[in-house]
Structures are given as structure tokens and as C-alpha cells.
Design a protein around this ligand. Structure first.
Ligand code: NAD
Ligand code: MG
Length: 389
């Protein structure tokens, strides 16, 4: 029986992880659930899964959650500090990091420091501070098992393969809802349209990241740190059917691909159950549904975010942190119709020029960089035509 701390339990990954738990009560037990502000869902989850503790990080929701759960033997906490404490409890065997964005970093570091096994969905953690996270994990002999579907695919392809047998990895990208579109079309697209991902059902932020291809940019950096690769060992190919979740090319030219239907519950289950592979009754892949698999290079001119991320990875230091912080700001603004689709990558590029470079950032430097980048990005957002009118 694994006792789980599910960080970000009210999100897209968090709720699907709870479905996995529900399907395997003999394997998993919920020890901790956390959410930022969706108090009602957190309360409902606490009633159903009976964790030992919940954390609602938004302090204004604390009393509401505490009162609602007062008749139950569940401890209620609030704030980031509590979040970082509960992940270290002896009663936690594994931590699922499914918080969105930079906000997930501190709790993952705390869990690593306590030697907890990590299932990591929160890719921004590795984008921002991959070096620090992987170094701490190595020191504490903590294994980080990816949840992101591409990285789970690569992780699965690498089972039984020495790491130096990798020539390169190839991340597949669906291309998102605007595949094949050009700037004259993209200039007017709205969030409601961008949120309609053709293959995957995901949270709002990552759906927009998929539409801009920033998601793939973040995933390149995520892969670099997870698998300890050189920057030139990471390729991207657009594969609109999302049947192949990613591939590894080995030194002998062999390619291994991991395939399946696009359902995040599969990589979530794999990460939670690892090293076991357990059964389920989810929909199966049917070749009749995929008569053709196609591949094409990404359109980096129309979707500059991928190149921006690659550049940030090459420059390294605190630049990926700036990229991530600005992206979080502009995506939030785009979701609220405050900036245009094409403005997002422009603002990221401009912000990277503004923030001072730190070659070997500490955790505190990352916090400072994140704040500084957000401040610049918010200024650019305010100047957008969409924000003004
Ligand atoms: P989501 O927005 O649906 O859920 C985010 C969760 O994080 C919620 O429970 C929310 O309460 C919590 N949260 C948000 N801000 C917080 C804060 N400041 N402090 C504490 N908790 C906070 O997001 P999601 O789509 O589930 O994505 C979660 C992570 O998983 C992201 O890093 C994303 O890139 C990654 N991921 C998601 C998918 C997917 O299919 N949704 C696939 C691969 C990777
Ligand atoms: Mg992914």
C-alpha cells in the first residue's frame, strides 16, 4: 500500500490521479490532498478519500474548509509553509506534484529533502530549477518519475537501457488547435478557441501552452533534466494524431516509441505504480482509428515559443525561470483576454532581455527572478491594446 500526497488534487492531473486511486484501493491510500482555492472540490475530495490532512494554500479559504470538515478526523492547514511541512511526514510514501507553475517548486524540494519518491507532473519545477532539483534528488537518492506523457513515454522506452545508449530523444507534439495556421489568423484568436485541444483534455494553462507550442518548449527543458541529456540530444516532431507519445533513438539507430490513446490516467497510473505495471479497463488503442500516422517539423516561424525555450535552455542560469514566469503571466492574461495570442511570445522575449542574468542561481535567486520577471511581464501586459481598451 502506497500512501500518497497529491499536491494540486483539484486540478486536471489531480482529479485524474484520484480516479486512478479509486480504481486501485488495494494499492493506494490518500494521505494528503492540497489545493489552492477550489475549496468546495477539496472538501468533497476530503469527504470521499478521507486523507489524514488537507492543505488549502489560499489563506482566505482556510476557515471555510476547516468548518466544513470539522466533524471529520482530517487535519486542515493553510499556506505554502504547511504544504512544505506535510509532504515531509513519515506517513507519506510518495508525492504527486500536480501543482501548476512555479508555485509547485518549494513543495517538491521539501519532499525531496525528506527523501520522498516523486511522481512529477509539474514540469515548470524542472524548467525553472532543473539543476537544483535533480542535484538534490541525487543527493537524497530520490527517484523522480515523470507523469508528463512524453516523458513517461521516454522513461518507459529507457527501461533496461543504459543512459549512454541514447543518441537522442524525440518529443512528439500534437501541434495543438492551430496547427497549420499562420499569423494573420492567429492575431485574432481568443482563449475559448485556443482551449479546444484536438487530442488531450487538460487544465487551461497547459492547453494554451499547447496552442503556442510553449508546452513543447517547456518539455524540452524538462527532458534535459529528467534524463540528463545534452541540449542537442532533444528533438521535436509534430505528430498530429498523438498516438506516439515520444521516442528514443539509440546509438545503433534503433528507435523505440511508446504508443497509446491520449489519456493522462495512463502515465499517472504508471508513475504511481512504478516499478509495477498494473492493469486497468481504460479504452484501448485501436489501429482502425489511426489509419495514418504523420510527422512534420514544427513551424518555428509562426510559433516562436519553441525556439525561445530552446534559447533559454542554451543560455541556462535563471533564463528558463524568466521564460516560465513570463509565460505564466501572459497565459493568464490571454485567458482573460488581456493580451493577444501573438503578443505572448513577444512579451516573453522582451522580458528575458530585461531581467538580470544569474549564472548559478540558488533557490532564493529563483524566487527573486520569478518576482522580477512577473513585474516586467505585467508591465508589458498593461501596455497591450487589449488591456487598454
Ligand atoms: P490545473 O490548473 O488543472 O490544476 C492545478 C492544481 O494546482 C490545482 O489543484 C490548484 O489548486 C493547484 N494550484 C494552482 N496554483 C497554486 C498555488 N499558487 N499554490 C498551490 N496550489 C496551486 O493544472 P493541470 O492541468 O492539472 O496541470 C498541473 C501540472 O501538471 C502543470 O505543471 C502541468 O504542466 C502538468 N501537466 C498537466 C497535464 C494535463 O493533462 N493536465 C499533462 C502533463 C503535465
Ligand atoms: Mg506533455
Amino acid at each position: 500500500m502506497k500512501r500518497l500526497a497529491i499536491l494540486g488534487s483539484t486540478g486536471s492531473i489531480g482529479t485524474q490521479a484520484l480516479d486512478v486511486v479509486l480504481a486501485h484501493p488495494e494499492l493506494f491510500e490518500v494521505e494528503i490532498l492540497t489545493a489552492h482555492s477550489n475549496a468546495d472540490l477539496l472538501i468533497a475530495q476530503a469527504k470521499q478519500y478521507k486523507p489524514n490532512a488537507v492543505v488549502v494554500t489560499d489563506e482566505t479559504k482556510y476557515t471555510y474548509v476547516k468548518d466544513a470538515l470539522s466533524g471529520m478526523p482530517v487535519k486542515v492547514f493553510t499556506g505554502m509553509k504547511s504544504l512544505c511541512e506535510v509532504v515531509q511526514w513519515d506517513t507519506v510514501d510518495m508525492v504527486l506534484g500536480a501543482i501548476l507553475g512555479f508555485a509547485g517548486l518549494a513543495s517538491i524540494l521539501a519532499a525531496i529533502d525528506a527523501g520522498k519518491r516523486i511522481a512529477l507532473a509539474n514540469k515548470e519545477t524542472l524548467v525553472v530549477a532543473g539543476e537544483l532539483v535533480m542535484q538534490r534528488a541525487a543527493e537524497k537518492r530520490v527517484q523522480i518519475i515523470p507523469v508528463d506523457s512524453e516523458h513517461s513515454a521516454i522513461f518507459q522506452c529507457l527501461v533496461g537501457e543504459p543512459i549512454d545508449s541514447i543518441e537522442k530523444i524525440i518529443l512528439t507534439a500534437s501541434g495543438g488547435p492551430f496547427l497549420g495556421r499562420k499569423p494573420n489568423y492567429l492575431v485574432n484568436v481568443k482563449a475559448s478557441h485556443a482551449l479546444q485541444h484536438p487530442n488531450w483534455v487538460m487544465g487551461a494553462k497547459i492547453s494554451i501552452d499547447s496552442a503556442t507550442l510553449m508546452n513543447k518548449g517547456l518539455e524540452i527543458i524538462e527532458a534535459k533534466w529528467l534524463f540528463g541529456l545534452r541540449n542537442d540530444q532533444i528533438d521535436v516532431v509534430v505528430h498530429p494524431q498523438s498516438a506516439i507519445h515520444s521516442m528514443v533513438q539509440f546509438v545503433d539507430g534503433s528507435l523505440k516509441a511508446q504508443m497509446g490513446i491520449p489519456d493522462m490516467k495512463v502515465p499517472i497510473q504508471y508513475a504511481l505504480a512504478y516499478p509495477e505495471r498494473i492493469g486497468n479497463d481504460y479504452k484501448r488503442f485501436n489501429f482502425k482509428d489511426f489509419p495514418k500516422l504523420s510527422f512534420e517539423p514544427p513551424d518555428n516561424k509562426t510559433f516562436p515559443s519553441l525556439d525561445l525555450a530552446r534559447k533559454a535552455m542554451n543560455t541556462a542560469g535563471n533564463v528558463p525561470c524568466v521564460l516560465n514566469a513570463t509565460n505564466e503571466v501572459v497565459v493568464h492574461a490571454f485567458l482573460h483576454n488581456k493580451v493577444g495570442f501573438l503578443e505572448m511570445s513577444e512579451m516573453i522575449e522582451k522580458t528575458i532581455e530585461c531581467v538580470s542574468f544569474i549564472e548559478h542561481p540558488t533557490f532564493e535567486d529563483y524566487e527573486q527572478t520569478d518576482k522580477e520577471a512577473r513585474a516586467y511581464a505585467n508591465e508589458f501586459v498593461k501596455k497591450s491594446q487589449l488591456s487598454i481598451y
